[in-house]
Design a protein. Structure first.
Length: 133
């Protein structure tokens, strides 16, 4: 089970603020491939926006993903199995978005895949790209 970690604040550290973002939330349940609609949306969004200092990709999983994967590992239940399935699905969604993004932007720009997952309570499934100028 995940634990909540208390964040500490250091006034000497300047935090980056995202200047824009785009997300695709139409990924099929328990899948990671980008939909055609998502690919077209990314192409349109990045057509005139190829320059940024930094991009961050974050996988998004939804309630239906949890239900399907929970049933998948029900027979051989290990405490961490469900978490690992969700984390893996999130990473695969981020990787798919990474390769699509690399085709659309300047290849010298830093793209980071986040090491955490966003859990949607609104049924969203896919990824978010945060853009830092």
């Amino acid at each position: 089970k995940q634990k909540t970690v208390e964040k500490s604040y250091n006034p000497d550290v300047k935090l980056l603020q995202a200047s824009d973002r785009i997300g695709c939330y139409d990924t099929p349940i328990a899948q990671y491939q980008l939909t055609k609609q998502c690919t077209n949306r990314l192409k349109k969004f990045f057509k005139n926006r190829k320059e940024a200092k930094y991009y961050e990709l974050i996988g998004v999983v939804g309630d239906k993903d949890f239900k399907v994967l929970k049933d998948y590992d029900k027979e051989e239940r290990i405490d961490s199995t469900h978490y690992l399935l969700i984390a893996g699905l999130s990473q695969l969604r981020s990787l798919e978005a990474y390769w699509e993004l690399r085709q659309l932007i300047n290849s010298d720009v830093n793209v980071k895949i986040a090491n955490y997952t966003l859990e949607s309570t609104q049924g969203k499934r896919g990824f978010v790209i945060r853009i830092y100028d």
